[in-house]
Design a protein around this ligand. Structure first.
Ligand code: NAP
Ligand code: ZN
Length: 388
């Protein structure tokens, strides 16, 4: 079991964090940090919608909280209004702190701007604008036109970082891609062709937060063959029954044996085999046909295909050949490096990562470190509107 403070920290890191602690902040920032804390509960469940968080406040008192946890279900604003009403509290005259601009369009649910107006909310504080072309400032304009005071950019950077996977997906159709690598102190991933325990068990348990925060996991053919992983989501926190976690394996020519563990059926965790050629079908495995490309199949087409299926966050767990290919094509957004103390052999992995990649976090845990680097040349902004 992972102790609670550590699992909460790991969860925040897996979701684009670390994030500000509400206990360290006062005023608007304190309440936006609470809204972000709500939002963190929706990651891994709301996709492809953004896991927005909302807190309703009047005279320093929290009246209601809400998070969006499932596409088609009410959004965070409506959930927090309901929460207040269920507690016998009237949200009229309150301030709503929302991590993302409220929506103003009829989707699977009615616009949140309507719900806020109907409830008589006096003020809306927005973390970051929604770049979705169907919103893009429209939610803020409608509220202002109807006499609601709107302020923007409170913890804007943190909210932008939190919602970056949604921004990328809505603007490009591609999922946010996180690469996870286990390294030894000399940047080695193990001897090719042999299964090696590179990550100490304590860190391995924390790394599972990354699977829970993702809509799917991808590995290369050699990794599936050598390590024979299940690639299942085993993060200990409870997940909701609607969650779908896709396990995806590159196998361009359908060469992997049918006996691998990955092909075994797992409830809520379907398995996909990525093929560029005809191959004999496998029971319980869905084949994804993508065009051939350098190194096997076209990774961009694969990401488009996954994005079209609602995968907005994809975790890649190797091996080195696949990581290098994604980095070389500019398709990776962040790197999670788990470093243990044991020497594992093999050659140091020289990743095509430029110096502009910046370190978002580095945390020492028992048995090793977890370092997170992010791609600075992202085609999509952490800030919306983008900085000049
Ligand atoms: N330390 C760690 O974090 C870690 C993690 C994972 C794996 N590993 C180790 O890494 C080794 C396996 O890694 P690896 O580098 O040999 O292979 P890999 O990256 O697991 O798989 C590469 C294979 O994926 C397929 N592929 C399809 N399209 C591709 C594309 N566009 N770009 C790249 N690959 C594509 C190709 O096979 P087809 O043409 O047949 O499709 C290619 O040969 C194992 O020894 C494993 O234990 C270590
Ligand atoms: Zn909404």
């Amino acid at each position: 079991m992972i102790p609670e403070p550590l699992s909460a920290r790991a969860w925040a890191l897996a979701c684009g964090g670390p994030y500000p602690d509400p206990a360290d902040l006062v005023g608007d920032e304190h309440f936006m940090a609470l809204a972000l804390r709500e939002a963190l509960k929706g990651v891994g469940h709301a996709s492809p919608n953004p896991p927005v968080g909302c807190v309703l406040v009047r005279e320093g008192e929290v009246l209601g909280r809400g998070v969006h946890t499932r596409a088609g279900d009410p959004h965070a604003e409506v959930m927090s209004l309901r929460h207040a009403e269920e507690g016998g509290l009237d949200p009229a005259g309150s301030t709503a702190f929302v991590t993302l601009e409220p929506c103003c369009h009829q989707g699977r649910t009615p616009p949140c701007t309507d719900a806020l107006l109907r409830a008589g909310v006096a003020e809306v504080v927005v973390g970051v604008r929604d770049p979705n072309p169907r919103v893009a400032g429209g939610g803020i304009s409608i509220l202002r036109q109807r006499g609601v005071k709107v302020r923007e950019g409170v913890l804007g950077e943190a909210c932008g970082r939190f919602h970056a996977p949604f921004f990328k997906w809505i603007l490009s159709g591609l999922p946010w891609v996180s690469l996870k690598l286990a390294l030894d102190p000399q940047d080695r991933m193990g001897v090719p062709g042999f299964r090696t325990e590179v990550t100490p068990p304590e860190l391995q348990a924390l790394a599972h937060a990354l699977r829970r925060a993702s809509d799917g996991v991808l590995v290369g053919r050699a990794t599936a063959q050598v390590d024979d992983p299940r690639l299942s989501d085993r993060w200990p926190a409870r997940s909701l029954p609607h969650r779908v976690f896709r396990r995806v394996v590159l196998d361009t020519r359908g060469r992997l044996p049918a006996t691998l563990q990955i092909w075994r059926r797992l409830e809520g965790q379907p398995c996909f085999r990525v093929l560029a050629e005809e191959a004999r079908p496998l029971p319980d495995v869905e084949d994804l046909r993508v065009p051939p490309g350098p190194g096997g199949c076209s990774l961009r087409h694969l990401l488009q295909e996954l994005g079209a299926r609602g995968v907005s966050r994809l975790l890649v767990e190797g091996g080195p050949t696949l990581h290098r290919a994604l980095l070389a094509e500019g398709l990776a957004d962040e790197l999670h490096l788990f470093r243990g103390a044991a020497e594992v052999g093999g050659a140091p992995i020289h990743l095509p990562v430029t110096q502009e990649w910046s370190r978002r976090a580095r945390l020492s845990f028992q048995g090793g470190t977890w370092e997170i680097l992010e791609n600075p040349t992202l085609a999509h902004p952490f800030h919306w509107p983008p900085r000049p």
